[in-house]
Design a protein around this ligand. Structure first.
Ligand code: MLT
Length: 280
């Protein structure tokens, strides 16, 4: 059972529901600015993915795949692996339980990988897609090597060293200078993620499918969002991804890095609002 933050009661969702999927290694609280700013008639749901925030790793059915089955070298045989398929199935079940019909799904970075997997596995649950600061490609060999090193660090020393290494990559320089409280929020989210979850998600992301060939088959209205200074999934890549999707628009978020919805919520929320108005 996933822990979910909701912007209001189900009865308020007469125009639809947006399901927000957080990035790695965060939790659903990263979407609070968006939950607060949805237009009238839209309900927002921001779950903590399995193992993150307040959601348990095991849903009681023993469904979380283990390293033994996925075996990509990052997770050990006795460790769980959070595959994008497992996370996407959780979101499909959430939409089934919480929404009256298909939902708009908005995923940032790892959340975008999950959203693309949801499109592949459960296209009937999707009314629209928002792909924020993410990519359709699989990991390169170099990215997998980095994940292996990160998993070793987390096993031996916990999440503190990875928080320090990740923050300069995640946030634009200007955000880090002007918004120390946001830096603290991001650091707390990383430190609050259990090491077991970090390793499981690293292994899952490293074994994810390349979705590039599936972009032309996305048949729901799509908004691609990217921070102007995103160093992890840069604007040039986001533009190419948007060009590959038949009904997609691109919004570049001024002054933001990889965590565009947190760094410049005003611009992110405006782009989301315009996209949602277009769906009506
Ligand atoms: C994220 O923000 O979710 C990560 O950058 C995803 C990744 O490590 O590929």
């Amino acid at each position: 059972m996933l822990h979910i933050r909701a912007s209001g009661p189900r009865s308020d969702a007469d125009r639809g529901t947006v399901v927000f999927i957080h990035g790695f290694p965060f939790d659903g609280s990263m979407w609070e600015p968006q939950l607060d700013a949805l237009p009238e008639g839209w309900r927002g749901l921001a779950p903590d993915l399995r193992g993150f925030g307040q959601s348990p790793m095991d849903d009681g059915t023993g469904d979380a795949p283990s390293g033994k089955r996925v075996g990509n070298g990052i997770a050990h045989a006795d460790e769980p692996v959070l595959t994008m398929a497992c996370l996407a199935d959780d979101i499909a079940a959430l939409i089934e339980e919480e929404c009256d019909g298909p939902a708009v799904v908005c995923g940032l970075s790892m959340g975008g990988y999950v959203a693309l997997e949801l499109h592949r596995r459960h296209p009937d649950r999707l009314r629209g897609l928002v792909l924020a600061d993410t990519r359709a490609t699989a990991d390169s060999d170099e990215a997998r090597e980095n994940r292996l090193r990160m998993a070793q660090t987390v096993r031996s020393s916990g999440t503190r060293p990875i928080a320090s290494a990740m923050i300069p990559e995640l946030l634009a320089d200007s955000t880090r200078v002007a918004r120390p409280e946001l830096v603290d929020t991001v650091r707390s989210m990383i430190l609050g993620t259990p090491p077991e979850t970090v390793v499981a998600a690293l292994a899952g992301m490293a074994s994810r499918h390349d979705s590039t060939g599936e972009l032309p088959g996305i048949d729901v209205p799509t908004l691609v969002v990217v921070g102007e200074h995103d160093a992890i999934t840069p604007p040039d890549y986001a533009r190419k991804m948007a060009d590959g999707i038949p009904d997609a628009t691109l919004a570049v978020i001024d002054g933001a890095g990889h965590l565009s919805g947190l760094e410049n919520p005003g611009a992110f929320d405006l782009a989301l609002r315009e996209y949602l108005e277009g769906l009506d």
